[in-house]
Design a protein around this ligand. Structure first.
Ligand code: ATP
Length: 595
């Protein structure tokens, strides 16, 4: 807890993120302190000046007056310069910290397990890094230079007030003492929690608002109301409740706080009149009264600034804490392990449970997938087929056991090296916002001939022709939108180009149209040739045609063998297979009716 608190102090943030610019932190402090002092000096000399004029009785000491005016002028100029230097230093410091925060955040994202992004809203991650880095910038650049002066000014003012006239000084300070009392009451209450709840409600509202806007087409199509978007509706109501909570809770102490801060300005006049009734020198008293009213305004201003800075400092700390939510996530580490003498993919007693789940998605799996063979994974929904594939690609780390690829533990591979060992084609292909070529090469260096061959092998020529033969055309522009089936063919072209010895394939369970289905089926058959292929099979042909079928049930491999062997000995497989068959018949039937 203590350590966490230390992470979000200004000093800790500067130490971690200001690489090479830490001296600017001290420079800002120094310049801000001097600027604070120079803001008070003119008032002191102004007081002296007015006093000199009022008490001169016709014999004005001009050189003394000129000296006072000069002191006022010089301290103001010095104040402007110091303030400028403080702001300059704080801005450079803030830019450095912001840049490094973004860099660290993105670096951390790259190091996280790929599977982490499946359960996370990527927009939220981007916002955590972007928003909080820029909030940190705003605080360091604009509020941080005020901190020293905001604390120095009230101290100097209080000293000045006490030195000039003790009784009137007390009246001026009384408001501050009362204000401290009421602020203390606010601080000692559950304000931090209330503020955090309010902040969290705002964040939820933001996220759900974005989701709602994305879903507007659905709202329109199904003629739904905002209430039907339960999450968004609850987020609005929750925000409303938390905002009211905060406002009503602090209404009274905040009001009393404002009244006490303003009271001296109002009370000074009547108090001076009361003192005047005694034997006080009226001229002296009037000068002092004018001085105190002026200073009380300054003091009020300075204290407002202190509480505003406290507020923005709290926001700054919350922003840094949020950023640490990402920076403290456990990255995927590369570990050194002994290699073993087994080619292909070898599962050694592998178990895995998804974060937050109780039951294992993969349970004690031992299996050796050999080169040149074609494996089909079959099993009911949720039996662990996709998870098995994800573990091979190290989208998640296993909890127990080891997975070896070409004799090396997947955890000992650099990510790029591991992914270069295999080509993966998932059911739902997501395309990059880029050209057809970008989407096929994925940044790799290939010759035009190689790219063209991949396009042909994956039967993507029709897509290219729609782009008038220019593969640099951005997908989605000039009428070049692609269907789900076409996107999958583009993914197959990627796999052809990669030409790795291992192919992980999640066959599409439903194709958009029969034309695409035939094209995809042909290219998949071609792609599988001479490779170690592990497919999540949805088509009878790819199940029957597999060299070995692996039957999964609740994360365990319950049997494996050829289609004939399994049909003969495995009841579960027989059941699964008849389900596959009847689903095909059902499709044909439906197709017939629709036609
Ligand atoms: P299907 O054929 O329906 O796609 P599957 O055999 O591929 O199913 P998996 O997707 O591997 O099964 O799921 C195995 C188990 O893990 C299921 O209980 C599923 O609910 C759970 N699971 C899958 N993905 C996640 C996830 N991202 N987070 C939490 N649990 C998950």
């Amino acid at each position: 807890m203590n350590k966490k608190e230390k992470n979000n102090t200004i000093k800790a943030v500067v130490n971690k993120f200001a690489s090479g610019k830490k001296y600017l932190y001290y420079l800002t402090f120094l310049m801000s302190a001097i600027s604070g002092i120079t803001q008070i000096i003119p008032f002191y000399f102004l007081y002296k000046l007015i006093r000199e004029i009022v008490f001169s009785d016709g014999g004005l000491d001009k050189s003394l007056l000129i000296n006072y005016v000069l002191m006022i002028f010089v301290s103001q100029i010095a104040g402007v310069i110091c303030n400028f230097v403080a702001l300059l230093a704080s801005h450079i410091l803030a830019f450095r910290v912001e840049k490094n925060m973004r860099k660290e955040g993105v670096r951390q994202l790259v190091k996280l397990p790929i599977g982490f992004f499946q359960n996370e809203d990527t927009g939220r991650l981007r916002r955590i890094i972007d928003d909080n880095a820029s909030k940190t910038h705003t605080f360091l650049a604009h509020n941080f230079p005020d901190i020293t002066s905001a604390f120095i000014i009230p101290i100097l003012l209080i000293a000045l007030i006490i030195v000039v006239d003790f009784r009137l000084g007390l009246v001026s300070i009384l408001g501050i003492i009362l204000s401290f009392f009421f602020m203390g009451k606010i601080m000692n209450s559950d304000m931090k929690e209330k503020m955090a709840e309010y902040g969290k409600a705002g964040e939820d509202l933001n996220i759900n608002g974005v989701e709602y806007i994305r879903g507007i087409p659905i709202v329109k199509v199904f003629n739904q109301s905002v209430e039907s978007f339960q999450k968004f509706y609850h987020a609005i109501m929750n925000y409303d409740e938390k905002a009211r909570d905060l406002v009503f809770k602090f209404k009274k102490p905040m009001l009393l706080n404002s009244v006490s801060l303003n009271a001296p300005v109002i009370l000074l006049g009547p108090i001076c009149l009361l003192i005047l009734r005694g034997d006080q020198n009226p001229r002296e008293l009037i000068v002092k009264c004018a001085f105190y009213i002026m200073i009380s305004f300054l003091l009020l201003n300075a204290f407002m600034k202190v509480s505003a800075i406290n507020e923005s400092k709290r926001k700054f700390e919350i922003s840094v804490e949020k950023l640490y939510e990402i920076l403290n996530l456990k990255p995927m580490e590369i570990i050194e392990t002994e290699s073993i003498d087994k080619a292909g993919i070898f599962f050694n007693n592998v178990s895995f449970t998804y974060p937050g789940r109780e039951t294992r998605a993969v349970d004690s799996v031992d299996f050796h997938f050999k080169h040149g063979r074609n494996y089909a994974l079959v099993g009911g929904s949720g039996s662990g087929k996709s998870t098995l594939i994800k573990l091979i690609a190290r989208l998640y780390d296993v909890d127990e056991g080891e997975i070896y690829i070409e004799g090396m533990d997947v955890r000992s591979y650099e990510t790029e090296k591991l992914l270069s060992e295999m080509a993966i084609v998932f059911q739902e292909t997501s395309l990059l916002k880029g050209s057809l070529k970008d989407n096929i090469t994925m940044g790799g260096n290939y010759s035009d001939e190689q790219i063209m061959k991949a396009i042909d092998d994956a039967q993507c020529r029709d897509i290219l022709e729609r782009m008038d033969g220019d593969w640099n055309t951005l997908i989605g522009t000039k009428g070049t939108f692609v269907s789900g089936g076409e996107a999958q063919r583009i993914a197959l072209a990627r796999a052809f180009l990669k030409d790795s010895k291992i192919l992980l394939l999640d066959e599409a369970s439903a194709y958009a149209d029969t034309e695409n289905e035939a094209l995809i089926r042909d290219s998949i058959e071609k792609l599988k040739k001479d490779k170690l292929t592990i497919s999540i099979a949805h088509r009878i042909n790819s199940i029957i045609g597999a060299d070995e079928i692996i039957v999964l049930d609740r994360g365990r491999i319950i049997d494996s063998g050829t289609h004939e062997e399994l049909l003969e000995r495995n009841e579960e497989y027989k059941k699964l297979f008849s389900e596959y068959e009847s689903s095909i018949e059902w499709k044909i039937d439906t197709g017939g009716r629709d036609a």
